[in-house]
Design a protein around this ligand. Structure first.
Ligand code: AMP
Length: 283
């Protein structure tokens, strides 16, 4: 496996693969890889001839007061993990390589969904994500890309971008990977103290309870949301949002769930200074 830092070099190694008709799988990450990322890499290695894992902490998707500076960085360990799973290339560009002229003037936006849920609290975040993901699609020429459902709104918006802009790439969703206690794996879990980590389980506990009552026939959105909110508040978390949304449109549901639709609960909450997101599909 090769670690590549420049766009030219990556294109040079991938072009012959593309000419030979090989399928290229891309796994975009911000590094500090864990078993959640590993699941994406495994899926790509199983399904594609060549797997490229990008490790890039994209500055334009972070707000001024967010955790860009303290985000964990460990490229060497990331490369080892990617190699052990069977990835062919790790692409780890610098900011100068990705944005040689400083902040890009051309940005990709989802004008409808960028201001909902995570987007409401992280202005500019999805614009930064879509722009870097589009760049990575164009740089690699990948025909497959793998994203986790942990970032449910993100994968939804990326799928929409691919349809709206006719990118010739297939997006694959990978289910959320949790640890044995139920906590959704995240590079940001490293910020949590032991106490906060145990309190943060209230997110997945609350989601599980909501799914249980949904499975028993509960259709009132307020009841489902309350179960999650109360679970988090009882464990000293601060709720940013808990919303029941339609899986197909990502639009928020109020009132009562219709039996013929599919729903997912989206959550963001703080434990101490750490912001965590999670979600659970109800059906
Ligand atoms: P990140 O490095 O946090 O930007 O994540 C890179 C990719 O890994 C995104 O598509 C995430 O949705 C995915 N991912 C992160 N954590 C998990 C997890 N626990 N389960 C599944 N996918 C994940």
């Amino acid at each position: 496996m090769q670690v590549i830092h420049t766009i030219d070099e990556l294109r040079t190694v991938l072009k012959p693969c593309i000419r030979q008709g090989k399928s290229i799988g891309l796994v975009p990450t911000m590094g500090a890889l864990h078993d959640g990322h590993a699941a994406l890499i495994k899926a790509s290695v199983a399904e594609c001839d060549v797997t490229v894992v990008s490790v890039y902490l994209n500055p334009i998707q972070f707000g001024k007061n967010e955790d860009l500076d303290k985000y964990p960085k460990r490229l060497e360990a990331d490369a080892k993990l990617a190699e052990s799973i069977g990835a062919d290339f790790v692409f780890a560009p610098t900011n100068e390589e990705m944005y040689p002229e400083g902040d890009p003037l051309t940005l990709i936006r989802d004008e409808s969904l960028e201001s909902l849920y995570c987007g409401a609290y992280r202005p500019g975040h999805f614009r930064g994500v879509l722009t870097v993901v589009a760049k990575l699609f164009l740089i690699t020429g990948a025909n497959h890309a793998y994203f986790g459902e942990k970032d449910y709104q993100q994968v939804f918006i990326i799928e929409r971008m691919v349809r709206d802009l006719n990118f010739d790439i297939q997006i694959h969703r990978v289910k959320i990977v949790r640890d044995s206690t139920g906590l959704a794996l995240s590079s940001r879990n490293e910020y949590l103290s032991d106490l906060e980590r145990s309190q943060a389980l209230s997110i997945s506990d609350g989601l599980r309870k909501a799914k249980e009552v949904f499975d028993k026939g509960e259709q009132r959105v307020a009841v489902l949301r309350d179960l999650v909110i109360k679970s988090i508040l009882a464990n000293r978390g601060q709720v940013q949002y808990v919303e029941v949304v339609n899986q197909k449109t990502l639009q928020k549901i109020n009132g009562v769930l219709r039996p013929d639709d599919r729903f997912v609960i989206l959550v963001a909450a703080f434990f101490g200074k750490t912001r965590l997101i999670d979600n659970m599909e109800l059906n």
